[in-house]
Design a protein around this ligand. Sequence first.
Ligand code: HEC
Length: 162
Amino acid sequence: MVLVTALYLAVSTASPPLPPGKGKEIVERMCSSCHALKVVTSKRASPAQWSQLVDQMVSRGAEGTDEEVETVVEYLAKNFGLDSPPPASEKTEKEHSAAQPVNVNQATAAELSATIGLSSDESAAIVAYREQNGKFKEWRDLTKVPGIEASKIESNKDRLVF
Ligand code: HEC
C-alpha cells in the first residue's frame, strides 16, 4: 500500500496538471489526443507563436471552434509565455536524478521541500519538531513528525544524512 502511494505521488508530480483558468478544459480536450499534455506544458512561447502553433495543430487535426481556438491561445500565452517559469517536471526530474544527500538536522524548510519533495507544511513541521525535540537520529524519527507522509520519508531514506 505504501508503495502504491509512493508510485502515485511520483506519477502525479511528474506531469503537473494544467493551471486553472478559462481554456483549461478546452486544452485538455483539444490537445491531449495526439500527444501528452506535457508537450504543451513544457513549451514556452510568445502570444504570436502560440497562435501560430495552435493553428498548426488545428491543421494537423486538433478540433475546436474559432472561439475555442482563441480561448486556448489566450490561455496558453498567459500560462506558458516566454517569461513563465520553466516546466516544473523538468526541475523535479533533475533534482531526483541528482539525488543529493540532505542533512535533515541542518536543512532549512525550503531545502527539505526541494530535495525530498515535501510540502511546505511538512517541511516546516520537520524544522519545528527538530527545534523542540533535538536532532533526528534515523529516518524513522522523521516519520513521527505530525502531519508527515511516512512514504515520502521512506522513499528518500537513503539520501538522508544525520
Ligand atoms: C491531430 C493531432 C494533434 C493534436 C490534436 C494536437 N497536436 Fe500538437 N503536435 C502534433 C504533432 C504530430 C506534433 C509533433 C510535430 C511537430 O513538432 O511539429 C505536435 C507537437 C506539438 C508541440 C511541440 C512542437 C513545438 O513547436 O514545440 C506543441 C507545443 C504542441 N504540439 C501543442 C499543441 C496544442 C497546444 C494543442 C491543442 C490546441 C495540440 N498540440 C494538439 C499533433 C497534434
